[in-house]
Design a protein around this ligand. Structure first.
Ligand code: ADP
Ligand code: MG
Ligand code: MG
Length: 877
């Protein structure tokens, strides 16, 4: 039987897809296909990674054989020999997952070097320095990446040498010195591992490949994966590629290029170049690279080819490209291309520009927007007047969007801890590495001293939509002493600074921020397309006129969930509420409720007026009553005095209301069943408010009344009767006609399963996915945080089911309820009002399930509109 293929030469793999080849491998194959100069190589597929884990973390013999066949193939076409004493073949071993995970996976360069091949390389190139420099780098990378040993000691050896000689740059180190350094590195390797550095390139390569597979499971990769919801099962591919040397001398170099500006979206190549260097030097931010003009000045013909190739690649991929290139002795190679990460503002401009250039259509432009970063467009910038008055203390590269103000934090842990204490911080680092991701998440912005537009900090910040200024060389950051020095001023963790991610300027002190413009310009244009293509309506969860107004600005089409409990907590109301709870008789209770009713009515009037012409859906009181009662001695006393009871009596009542499991206790419509007066009062406030606003504005109001936590047809019928009796009477008294709608939340699994019966009495359903998830999983949302991390680590769950709908389980209840409900009542109006209503993946599911709308917090409304449009474009219904 022929063995399954796990290894694909680049020239043969075009079109096999990212799933199999990883993003980098697929990109290399495609570049070759369109005629871009790329060094030869092959891809070991993602299936081989899975096989590696399935085989107890070993690479099976037949995969190994396929790898060596592929190397033999490169040997034949390049005339070089792997491990040869003449014309040796050197390769890089590069990871490449399906989607790019910057900095997560490690690459080893110059593999194949040993004393013999290094000598051959020196002789054949006539450049011993270059050979030794490559060898040095290889030993370091092999030790660090393949063997997982920290590079600190080796880095220190180089630093010590430079310091001793007074060198500033690595390139100043002489050939003789490099020779000594290589010997030291090898000796160090032997001390650490108790064996010689492996000289056999075959051993080297197998170790390197296994290391890439292993890195798929390292903590940094796991963090990134969780953050972006990348499934563990995907695995990573490995690319083995013949080396192009950028460190051969002054006619060599390496760099990175974007076909458009990733910060602003401006249509101009944005590139950086580092002469006499190897790829990792640019990305690591060790030396700050030069402007691409440097390449133009040094080698105009190479530059010309560079520009042409980039133009060709952008035209081919129809999107802004992020590319790596290397010049070896005046010959240009491209090592990688991918759709470039960009700030949300750049994404918006590029999408609109590409439509205008006729490269993509409007639907494609909508699909291009990343819903995860989209809400960053709603981020504030600095107030222009305040900004004009502020004097920048330093300027770096404008690497990430928005504006950020906060106190200085010097490490990721510190940033995270202080953020958790409610402080706003700016993470300040000499340069960032993947370990800093948690700190970047926690910070309002990131400032680095070293590194260019493609340094780790810049790439990750843009991906997160985080404000970032990098390569700010005037800012001397001492992480050990915990100081930031600019000029002769020293800043500490007590000081506040402000960063402008769109100009790269750093300011002392806090600067006021302002909201962005959402109706005109690129944003307005894109949202126009979004609203044209989406089929789901987007409502908001709001219970104050302020939130409702904000949501209207963001494009909400009504309120999908108005929680009424918040309305009882105001200082002047809570006492009436408490009186109501403590009441012994229906009469007492009604008297207390009568105090609350006009306040509720006023709230609803304000909401109706703010939302006109859209509907407002009010949910009847939901939480257990004990939540409204005081705990502190003083407040208990105050309450006792107010209701003319003893402190002991009040305490007794509080104790009585205590529940072991309040989430499953006396709450939701159970309150309406036991205390119909509450339901009557709320209905009355809802209807009276509608009558009043109708009269005032001359516009029809159609209140929607939502009964929470229903589990049974008869239960809903019982509550609905109370509502109807109250509402019909008020409407009749007013002598007007008014449509109002009574529906239910579906948030108990039983209700979803019996949705056909429940729909007899419900005009609408709204899925409350917070409770539905909690009850379906059988774990409490408030406690799940304690054990969910272990579930992620053990890969039992990959995502927080409270943020992203669990499509398998909870989703099945949703689709079941939709089907059953509509079978009974074809006109049933269906929405969702849980937290997942504002999350893109969940929204796609709701679109496919045939819902009419989603409802989410005001700030998520634009994202939900976008996600709804993307879902509709991808899955027309
Ligand atoms: P990353 O995903 O971290 O960017 P890469 O695999 O792209 O990792 O490699 C790191 C650096 O090494 C990049 O700058 C890349 O261009 C360079 N590089 C990788 N393979 C080669 C090669 N065969 N020849 C020259 N440079 C290479
Ligand atoms: Mg790369
Ligand atoms: Mg609920």
């Amino acid at each position: 039987m022929a063995e399954k293929k796990y290894v694909y030469p680049f020239e043969e793999s075009y079109g096999l897809g990212k799933e199999l080849l990883g993003g980098k491998g697929a990109g290399l194959a495609e570049m070759i296909h369109i005629g871009v100069p790329v060094p030869e190589g092959f891809t070991i597929s993602t299936e081989a990674c899975t096989l590696y884990y399935d085989s107890g973390k070993t690479i099976p013999e037949f995969v190994r054989n396929q790898i060596f066949e592929a190397i033999a193939r490169i040997e034949r076409s390049t005339g070089k020999t792997f491990g040869g004493s003449t014309n040796p073949l050197l390769v890089s071993v590069r990871s490449g997952a399906r989607v790019s995970m910057p900095g997560m996976m490690d690459t080893i360069l110059n593999l194949g070097l040993n004393d013999v091949t290094a000598a051959a390389l020196a002789k054949e190139t006539g450049n011993e320095r270059f050979a030794l420099d490559s060898y040095r780098r290889f030993i370091l990378m092999f030790t660090n990446i393949a063997k997982g040993h920290p590079r600190t000691d080796m880095d220190k050896m180089l630093e010590a040498l430079k310091e001793e000689r007074g060198y500033k740059l690595d390139t100043e180190v002489t050939t003789e010195e490099l020779k000594v350094l290589v010997a030291k590195y090898k000796e160090y390797y032997k001390t650490v591992f108790g064996e010689e550095f492996p000289t056999d390139p075959k051993v080297q390569i197998m170790e390197a490949v296994a290391a890439v597979f292993r890195s798929w499971d390292n903590p940094r990769a796991n963090t990134y994966r969780q953050m972006y919801g990348i499934p563990y099962s995907w695995g990573t591919a490995v690319n083995v590629q013949s080396m192009a040397f950028g460190n051969k001398g002054e006619t060599s170099g390496t760099g990175v290029a974007f076909s458009r500006n990733p910060g602003t979206g401006e249509k101009a190549i944005s590139a950086e170049y580092l002469p006499n260097a190897q790829g990792e030097d640019v990305v690591a931010g060790i030396r700050t690279p030069l402007h691409i003009e440097e390449l133009k000045a040094r080698m105009p013909e190479v530059y010309e080819q560079f520009v042409q190739t980039i133009t060709k690649m952008e035209a081919h991929y129809k999107d802004m490209q992020d590319m790596e290139f290397t010049v070896e002795d005046g010959k240009l190679y491209f090592l990688q291309t991918r759709n470039g990460k960009r700030t949300p503002a750049a994404a918006l401009k590029i999408a609109c520009d590409l439509v205008d250039e006729g490269v993509i259509d409007e639907k494609e432009a909508v699909l291009r927007m990343d819903p995860v970063a989209f809400d960053k467009l709603l981020l504030p910038g600095f107030n222009k007047d305040e900004l004009a008055k502020a004097t920048p203390i330093a300027t770096g590269l404008a690497a990430g969007p928005g504006a950020g103000t906060g106190a200085i934090a010097f490490s990721a842990e510190e940033a995270e801890a202080r953020k958790n204490n409610g402080e706003k911080v700016i993470l300040v680092r000499a340069e960032t590495s993947p370990e800093d991701i948690v700190g970047m998440v926690a910070a309002q912005g990131v400032l680095t001293m070293r590194g260019g537009m493609t340094s780790h900090a810049a790439v990750v910040a843009r991906g997160m939509g985080k404000c970032c200024v990098c390569g700010c060389t005037a800012a001397i950051i001492d992480e050990e002493k915990r100081t930031l020095t600019i000029g002769d001023k020293v800043y500490t963790d007590k000081d506040i600074i402000s960063l402008d991610g769109s100009t790269g300027k750093v300011y002392e002190g806090a600067i006021k921020t302002v909201e962005p413009d959402l109706t005109s310009g690129y944003f307005g244009r894109l949202m126009g397309w979004v609203d044209q293509y989406r089929q789901l309506h987007v409502r908001t969860n709001a219970d104050t006129p302020r939130d409702a107004k904000q949501a209207r600005v963001f494009g909400a089409e009504g309120i999908g969930l108005c929680r009424t409990e918040h309305m009882f907590f105001a200082k002047d109301r809570i006492l009436s509420m408490r009186k109501m709870i403590l009441a012994e008789t229906v009469e007492e209770r009604e008297a207390a409720l009568a105090e609350i009713e006009p306040m509720q009515q006023a709230d609803f009037e304000a909401l109706y007026e703010t939302m006109l012409p859209f509907n407002v859906n009010v949910r009847l009181l939901d939480p257990p009553l004990h939540e409204f009662l005081p705990q502190e001695e003083e407040l208990v006393k105050e309450l006792a005095d107010a209701v003319g009871k003893s402190v002991a009596e009040v305490k007794d009542k509080i104790a009585n209301l205590h529940e072991t499991n309040p989430m499953m206790g006396h709450r939701g419509c159970r309150l309406a069943v036991t205390y119909p007066e509450i339901c009557k009062m709320q209905t009355s406030a809802i209807i009276k408010a509608a009558i009043a606003v109708s009269a005032r504005t001359g516009k029809a109001i159609e209140p929607e009344i939502m009964v929470p936590l229903v589990l049974e047809e008869r239960e809903l019928k019982f509550v609905k009767n109370i509502i109807a009796e109250t509402a019909d009477k008020l409407i009749a008294e007013a002598g007007i006609t008014m449509n109002y709608h009574v529906g239910t939340m579906i948030e108990i699994p039983r209700a979803a399963l019996l949705a056909d019966e429940i729909a007899e009495h419900a005009e609408f359903f709204s899925f409350g996915t917070n409770d539905l998830t909690q009850m379906t999983f059988g774990f409490s949302r408030d406690d799940a945080g304690k054990f969910l991390p272990s579930y992620y680590d053990a890969k039992i769950l990959e995502e927080d089911p409270f943020k992203t709908l669990d499509q398998n389980g909870v989703g099945k209840l949703v689709t079941t309820a939709v089907k059953l409900g509509r079978a009974t009542r074809p006109t049933l109006h269906i929405g969702v009002c849980g937290e997942t209503g504002g999350e893109a993946k969940s929204i796609e599911f709701y679109h496919k399930a045939g819902l009419d709308y989603v409802s989410c917090s005001p700030f998520r409304v634009p994202v939900a509109r976008l996600a709804a449009a993307q879902a509709a474009i991808k899955n027309p219904r």
